[in-house]
Design a protein around this ligand. Structure first.
Ligand SMILES: [Zn+2]
Length: 336
């Protein structure tokens, strides 16, 4: 216990090494200190909050080598369909992506059948498959080779195994560029968004989905808020700071949807399990994610529908944002 405490205190006082990606200010105060809630382990990570604009960030940031230990390909493979029949987890993911694709299609300025989509960080390709099912063309970017192979098999489409900034795709070639639960993971969201804008045609649509660090859920659950997800989440935006960043990168008319309470069961579980966590900081085995169960699927789909409905009236812990590139193709980018 005492060694943990010493470690936490030294982390509280560790120097900050980064600046805010929205306003450029280095000054920040400690916001959350938490372990990797999925993989466990003794190390605790620190998120700080920009004193000027309120954007949260992981600071200090672990090395690339250390970060690679916090990503596992099991995340993709566990939802794979078995024996030709979708697993229950696959059913949930498919239905979520079907609804998301329908909303994305409605935000396009041309029929979906004439559209080209690029999904950045496409994972195992379920969103791409949902866009293709609506009649669109779609390709993806995925740096995890296992996930990229699954996406290729699922979509039959082109999956580039490169980060967005290194993929060298032709400019003005897509109607939709989506980053679904991706922007909070990238080293410099400003660089990523400027590249997304370059790839979009005039009047094209940017689609983002990510946690809302300014939500009530984030405040209530604190370091046990499931979407805090340290150290994988480098950045924590609110609708206000995200809109500012997106507009500064040359996009227009950011519009938000909110999904309250979507991760409530997981946050509650973290919150309860952290009370009886052993001194090594391990999450008890019962707290790890498990796959199946038709009841869980029914509960999940009911929660998803409830969240969609509530989100029309209240902000919440997950935000979905669309914004457009200017019709003229002329727009500023990269001014801070
Ligand atoms: Zn800031």
């Amino acid at each position: 216990m005492s060694s943990n405490r010493t470690k936490d205190l030294s982390l509280e006082n560790a120097p900050m090494t980064l600046a805010c990606c929205v306003c450029g200010t280095p000054k920040a105060s400690v916001w959350r200190v938490a372990p990797d809630h999925i993989l466990g382990g003794e190390t605790r990570f620190r998120a700080v909050r920009c004193l000027r604009c309120g954007t949260a960030r992981l600071d200090p940031r672990p090395s690339d080598a250390e970060m690679s230990r916090h990503y596992t390909t099991e995340t993709y493979a566990r939802a794979e369909d078995r024996d030709g029949a979708p697993s229950e987890l696959a059913r949930r993911l498919n239905e979520y992506n079907r609804r998301l694709a329908a909303r994305a299609a409605a935000s396009l300025n041309r029929p979906v059948s004439e559209s080209r989509t690029l999904d950045v960080g496409c994972g195992d390709g379920r969103f791409l498959a949902a866009m293709i099912a609506l009649g669109g063309q779609a390709e993806g970017l995925e740096t995890d080779p296992v996930a990229a192979a699954l996406a290729r098999r699922r979509t039959g489409g082109q999956i580039h195994e490169a980060p967005l900034e290194q993929a060298s795709l032709p400019g003005a070639s897509f109607d939709l560029v989506s980053l679904l639960h991706v922007l909070e993971h990238v080293p410099d969201p400003r660089v990523t968004l400027i590249e997304a804008k370059r790839l979009l045609k005039p009047g094209g649509t940017l689609l983002l989905a990510l946690p809302n660090a300014g939500s009530l859920e984030a405040s209530v659950f604190g370091s046990t808020w499931y979407p805090l997800d340290l150290p994988r989440h480098f950045w924590g935006f609110s609708p206000r700071t995200l809109a500012r960043l997106v507009e500064e990168c040359g996009f227009e008319a950011p519009a938000f949807r909110h999904f309250p309470l979507l991760f409530l069961p997981q946050s509650l579980r973290y919150s309860l399990s952290s009370k009886d966590r052993d001194p090594k900081g391990e999450v008890p085995a019962s707290a790890s994610e498990k796959g199946g169960g038709r009841t869980k699927t029914r509960v999940f789909l009911s929660l998803l529908t409830l969240s969609e409905t509530l989100g029309r009236h209240f902000p919440g812990e997950v935000m979905e944002m669309t914004a457009q590139t200017p019709q003229s193709g002329i727009g500023v980018g990269g001014t801070r």
